[in-house]
Design a protein around this ligand. Structure first.
Ligand SMILES: [Zn+2]
Length: 427
């Protein structure tokens, strides 16, 4: 294994947007004002000396300026660095013969100041990944008697586990004009272990509503991940939500948030577990059914993604899981390919015969041509795998097809919080 340190920027949305927007606005406006003060200073120095001050000069000219104290000193420094960088880039363009390039402009939109990005460096922020909170420091001018900082409740993209985020280098508060919301960009160093040579095997993954995931490994081994605990968990929460008189009440909102957090947690643990299994099995490529396309059920109809056994899993949940899996697999050097699910539940993975007469009964797939009996989801997963590495399930001489009917089942063990073989999980 080689360890590589990579920079990554995670974009997080802010949950308590409404409470803290006035504070962030004040900082964003302050950054624009400081930029303009710096821009004006550059003009003056330029016209007197014919030179544009560099970032060091700008900082020493302006560090006692009143606008400098609107932001945390490191944030103010960054504004002036950006201004100096913008001038450098303009000078570079001029040197390269771009006579149309303009020097950096003032940040004004008619009479208003735009909301500039505010950068917070080491001393200006604190990240609590466990509780999803980021504390941002203000400048001394904007501190009110009761609050020296802004406390943001953040939520990362669904494919990111905040608890995996370590060593955040800086935080940027960025105004997203299209959603009219502030968001936080966390720039972090991530240590990624890259296998010297990723495995050569492939695995097929079939996602579904009974077995959330069925895996067929090239080596002739299959695994099932039923939705045991998630079903109970969802059922429990749905029942309590239904009992709330008012679906908009605090209690209902809290229960809904809890239900969704539990589900996210389940997806994270499962995707992590599958990637670990892939590393053990020397997998270099994961083929996963692309549920964005058409999926047929046993009768050849498009699958209904409605409510199944109290579990409202929709295609977006599978899409979200796929993105989580890809993110974690890529960090291990494993590639993830989405393949069309067309015919994957109909065809026999041993002889390739497309079912018309083949039967699916109680989760078993029986081929009328070659007599193969397989777990139906495993057969689907194996067909998905074969779309990446075309080789029938029994190719390779001594491989029999018995494994297709005898998958190992892994269950989520709520005691340990991990997936474990069924026989190790207490009832
Ligand atoms: Zn067959």
């Amino acid at each position: 294994m080689a360890i590589e340190v990579m920079d990554r920027t995670l974009v997080a949305s802010i949950r308590n947007q409404r409470e803290i927007q006035p504070d962030l606005d004040a900082l964003g406006f302050a950054a624009s004002k400081l930029w303009n003060v710096g821009r004006w200073t550059c003009d003056r120095v330029w016209s007197e000396t014919g030179l544009i001050p560099d970032e060091g000069d700008l900082k020493s000219y302006l560090k006692t300026h009143e606008r400098y104290a609107d932001l945390h000193s490191q944030s103010s420094q960054r504004v002036l660095e950006e201004l100096a960088e913008a001038f450098d880039s303009w000078k570079g363009k001029r040197r390269n013969g771009d006579s149309k390039a303009n020097p950096p402009s003032y940040r004004k939109h008619t009479d208003d100041h735009p909301r500039s990005t505010v950068t917070f460096k080491q001393k200006g922020f604190k990240v609590d990944t466990k509780f999803g909170r980021v504390r941002l420091s203000k400048g001394k001018n904007l501190k009110e008697c009761w609050s020296d900082f802004i406390l943001c409740d953040i939520e990362a993209r669904p494919d990111v586990d905040l608890e995996d985020v370590k060593s955040v280098q800086q935080v940027r508060a960025v105004w997203n004009a299209s959603s009219s919301k502030w968001e936080l960009h966390l720039v972090c160093k991530v240590e990624v272990e890259i296998p010297e040579t990723p495995g050569e095997n492939t695995v097929g993954v079939d996602l579904g509503v009974t077995n959330f995931a069925a895996l067929a490994y090239e080596g002739g081994h299959a695994e099932l991940y039923p939705l045991n605990c998630l079903k109970q968990d969802d059922y429990y929460h749905s029942k309590h939500i239904a009992r709330c008189d008012d679906s908009a009440s605090d209690r209902a909102t809290r229960l809904n948030a809890k239900k969704s957090n539990r589900r996210t947690h389940y997806f994270h643990v499962l995707s992590k577990h599958i990637v670990e299994r892939c590393v053990e099995e020397d997998v270099g490529t994961i083929a996963i059914g692309d549920l964005g396309g058409i999926r047929e059920d046993e009768d050849g109809d498009v699958k209904d993604w409605g409510i199944h056994g109290n579990l409202d899993l929709h295609s977006w949940a599978f899409d979200r899981f796929t993105r989580m899996l890809a993110y974690k697999a890529n960090a291990e050097g494993i590639s993830v390919e989405r393949v069309s699910e067309r015919n994957t539940s109909k065809s026999c993975s041993c002889c390739g015969r497309k079912r018309k007469a083949n039967r699916v009964k109680r989760g078993l797939y029986v081929c009328d041509e070659c007599g193969m009996v397989a777990n139906a989801d495993v057969n689907g997963a194996e067909n998905i795998r074969q779309k990446v590495t075309p080789s029938l399930a029994t190719d390779g001489g001594d491989r029999s097809n018995g494994w297709l009917a005898q998958p190992s089942t892994y269950l989520f063990d709520s005691e340990s919080g991990c997936f474990a073989p069924q026989e190790h999980v207490g009832s």
